[in-house]
Write a protein that binds this ligand. Sequence first.
Ligand code: NAD
Length: 313
Amino acid sequence: MSIHDSKVVIIGSGFVGSSIAYATMIRGLCTELVLVDIDREKAVGEVMDLSHGLPFVPPVAIRAGGYEECAGAEIIVISAGANQESGQSRLDLVQKNSNILYSILEGIEQYEKNAILLIVTNPVDVLTTLASQHSQIPPERVIGSGTILDTARFRYILSRRNGISANSIHAYVIGEHGDSGVPLFSSASIAGSPLSLQYENTLSGCNQNWQEEITTEVRRAAYEIINRKGATYYGIGLSCAYILQSVLRDEQKVLTVSSYLKDQYGSLGTAISVPCVLGKRGINRRLQVSMNPLETELFIRSAEKLRELVQTI
Ligand code: NAD
């Protein structure tokens, strides 16, 4: 599919929204890129800054605008809302950001009901559930960035420990984007052979608890960054550009994103991440992953935790 006349609107042009815009622009994914923010001057400032990079990237029209710009957009990204502060979990943001989400959905729906909605604001699974239940956009078009970032972190950690490119490691994190996300060690592989085999053969001195160590590192990653620089944004910026690419170019990439669909995983009562096939219509299907009994139990617990939180809103 060509990228001719493809419009992406990003609502919330803070650290995350502007990083998504930057990555999108560098990859040449769309022809129109619009930043919307309640603080209009912030959006204008980001647009001015990004525009000065235009001589170095594929052509794209970048501007700041209001909700009327959602009309005709292929993808609308929601990255507006409060950020985690040091010591806060993603779930602590729920009330404030769900109110912001509702006001944004109202703004979007005046102009567009058929775009793909990509939710990035935290807690992303809860907000994806609310958007799927309350917006007029069909559920298969409502996507949460989910554990795409956790999966990237998992692959990066495995890559560093094994001395193998992260692109050559096949491994997924499913469940909540956050503290109960489940790295799937049992199905992780390199060159078609199970990771555990590779790992035990190639790494000298690895300790018995390597899986727990890696799980903790994946789950703690955002806290470690926020403690040092106050926010995380480059990783999610690139992750979202990858989602946008699969949708805008109809690539059918398999990505761990969050969605509220009722199919082979049953009705979980929450949006949650599993590997999904993404194309121009949004989520084409969710793939069944193989899990050992412990991973299955952790995934169910992660879904229960999210479902309980959704019910409190
Ligand atoms: P930020 O404070 O830098 O930016 C938020 C922006 O939203 C601000 O510019 C603010 O003016 C705008 N905003 C607030 N209310 C609005 C509204 N009603 N309409 C339009 N704009 C509005 O925060 P950030 O660092 O960019 O983080 C944004 C969100 O992304 C947070 O919830 C954060 O937790 C989340 N996040 C998610 C992931 C992920 O993997 N899903 C990763 C990192 C951050």
